[in-house]
Design a protein around this ligand. Sequence first.
Ligand code: B12
Ligand code: SF4
Length: 472
Amino acid sequence: MKVKLILPALTEAKSPFWRPIKYSLFPPLGLATLAAFLAPDDDVTLVDDHIERLATDDQPDLVVIQVYITNAYRAYALADHYRALGCHVALGGLHVTSLPDEAEKHADTIFVGPGEQTFPQFLADLRAGRPQRRYASSGGRTIHGLPPVRRDLIKRNRYLVPNSIVVTRGCPQHCDFCYKDAFFTGGRSFYTQRVDEALAEIDRLPGRHLYFLDDHLLGDRRFAEALFEGMRGMGRLFQGAATVDSVLRGNLIERAAEAGLRSLFVGFETFSPVNLAASNKKQNLARDYAAVTRRLSDLGIMINGSFVFGMDDDDESIFDRTVDWAVRHGVTTSTFHIQTPYPGTRLFETLARQGRITSGNWDLYDTRHVVYRPAKLAPEALEAGYHRAYREFYGWQNIARAAGSHDSLKHRAKHFFYAAGWKKFEPLWDLVIKGRRLDMMTPLLETVLSKVTAPPRLAPATVPAVLSATAG
Ligand code: B12
Ligand code: SF4
């Protein structure tokens, strides 16, 4: 059987003029996971529209398309095209799960929820000539004993981080704005691989650097402990994501650092207890965010702080306060989001009930546009404040100030180069992406992520010469 797997891109990611680095970070892991269920003699291609030209003059037997909210319209157009040619088109992923009735109009078969159990069932049905219209993941979810991810289908040199990996699914928390509860409806919403299988997968990955895309790498303490124990001595450097409370609790974060954790995405989201309570983000309530940054900084772990703007308790002061806090506390990189009510979430239901959803154009649900009526901010002020926060946080002076907050000289330098590297050199990234040589940059990333050894406790105000020289 001839099978084509497609990850459709956003328009900005395909532009021949400009390619933001963030779209060349990670390969399509979800599709490579599904491809593992195909037969050895199937003729399989995997196309990531973000990084390569997608030819549509072919006619595979089966076309599998992954749909996110922001690529949904392009995914539907591709699906319509291939259906018109007589190909069997299967759509799945987060957006299909949120809005199955919308997606079904463009597909022969749709998938609701994770695909590890339903996709092999569909393949058996398709080969037997009786594919169903809809498959929904329910009980019996597991990622134990899966066939190895088809990494041979991934064009490694086109990604800065070819070694992305997920060893869990979902998250133990239940924040109202998160995609998670809707996606995992009908079965377990947090489960892990077997530790030995996760370690075997890690062992198969070349190079040193790994990026765990798990929503919450520290979410299952026993699993994470065993994973980090197994990773000690493997010589890996890795990045991942976890919650505020998991960083503060016990000594799991020290074990992660010993195993090679060098940077962590942390969901601070908001400082307001009113916002936290209203969005059911209980795990952040009454937690000392400053203690989180101190603990990570002392371990030499860089921080990617996630912050949401536009929740109901946010007013005009939110932007400056957030940037100032992040800079003062040595946050390395910040991901700011305009609150976005994804369909299927409790946040969407609440705002829809209150008549506050102002746009149904999914292209705008990219966390950079305001698609609802905020409570204490004008939509224009929210968008302007969001862009200003990015500009200010990534101004040279603030990068240097934030880097200067760490005790260790090496951490200061790492912080500086890492933050500047992401946001100050987009034209350089663009060149490397177009030259298809992103693999050349991975060793540089590994150098920046190398271990910070015992902090020599410099006076906090002392900024290394290299930093003060560039601060403007
Ligand atoms: C890595 C990542 C990215 C990467 C790259 C994505 C890639 N190459 O796949 C980058 C940095 C580019 C990115 C960008 C964005 N992202 Co993003 N990203 C993720 C992240 C962290 C991991 C995705 C992943 O690999 N998961 C692991 C694999 C195994 O799971 P999976 O891909 O979901 O695939 C499984 C199922 O979905 C299903 N499945 C998927 N497709 C299909 C198809 C069929 C036929 C079948 C049967 C099954 C199936 O089966 C797979 C196995 O179970 C997720 C969070 C998350 N946990 O999912 C956010 C997430 C997907 N991103 C999100 C968003 C909003 C964005 C941005 C809009 C953010 C922004 N402001 O720029 C952009 C736009 C992306 C786009 N192109 O449209 C949201 C999506 C919300 C939604 N409802 O769609 C998420 C859920 C984050 C969040 N918590 O809000 N992202
Ligand atoms: S902690 Fe993060 S991944 Fe977990 S439910 Fe909340 S927002 Fe989603």
